[in-house]
Design a binder for this molecule. Sequence first.
Ligand code: PLP
Length: 399
Amino acid sequence: MKRNVDHATEAVWAGEKAYRVHGASQVPVVNSVAYNYDDLDHWYQVAIGEEDGHIYGRNTNPTVASFEDKIKQMEGAEAATSFSTGMAAISNTLHTFLRPGDRVVSIKDTYGGTNKIFTEFLPKLDIEIELCETGNHEAMENEIKKGCRLIHLETPTNPTVKITDIERIAELAREQDALLVVDNTFATPILQNPLSLGADLVIHSATKFLGGHADALGGVLCGRKDLVEQVFHYREINGATMDPNAAYLMIRGMKTLDLRVWKQTENAGRLAEYLSNHPAVAEVFYPGLEDHPNHEIAKKQMKGFGSMFSFSLHGGMDAVKEVLPRLEFANRAANLGAVETTVGPARTTSHVESTPEERAELGIAEGLIRYSAGIESFDDLKQDLENALQALNVSNAQS
Ligand SMILES: *Cc1c(COP(=O)(O)O)cnc(C)c1O
């Protein structure tokens, strides 16, 4: 598909036609572990990669390939390869490119699981990790200039939605011959395309917005063919393969990605605005708010500010325990990016893997609430928050 086609159209049509069979208008779920070859020479040619085809499900599968094709086109990438989860995409990518003695520069605010790879697992392999203050570009540039093999970014971050300038870091990464990997889970390809900003590789937890319905796990990596092929090889051997049923749910979910993300972004923007004027609310973090420290960078590199925000209440964790159970139109769950509004304290969602001390160091208050805006009506979501916050008996200056 040509790149001048809009994301909304790609979401529906990209990676579809080549995978259909029997005249069906939808991509089939191919539940087959292996593929039959009566012609042994053909089988051999496919096995050594000389001819197209599938051999064994750990390596490739047609439904999974259709999903990879769709996201590849939406990210404007040469190639894509998928995984059983977002964390598998991240860990397989890191393990493909890193060797003992290598140095990695990243940020303090990565997703909790990613942070654990950096602080718990990679150091055991004699890989040095430097985690910089998120959003402090000078500090990060100084660390990159000391030399590093790989830079891992996540922007916006989870849950305090901090922003890093991808283009600025990409320029230095090229100079230093370091690979720049960007976790684009929060922005989705609808709002941000890191490859067009100079990143080498982009990762998604497909579990979140791509699937969009909180019913399937998956991860995906997009980028230059020679790089993606190396990670594909690591994954086909090490085995964190996406299931074809999950791939089907991703394909189906992605058809509405554009619709969902814009609606969710509008809801998040208006709710963040509403909460920032509410007397019971201490702080609101949303890149669309003008007082967000990197609002201008977000405006430059994103088409919209996204559907994730977080906020804290004056009453701390006690107030959170009063308010969250009262929300009628929200799942209280450790997930995000679904059609349903989903809320939870950071301490039981994004940073459940961190200790209270680690969260404090990241500026994540124990009472910080992560809010993933769903596709419900804004008026209903606002009313729901208003009703729940009323339980705190704080006089509302607005009303
Ligand atoms: C959820 C998430 C991940 C991990 O994805 P899983 O599919 O749960 O393994 C990685 N990065 C970000 C930003 C996430 O939100």
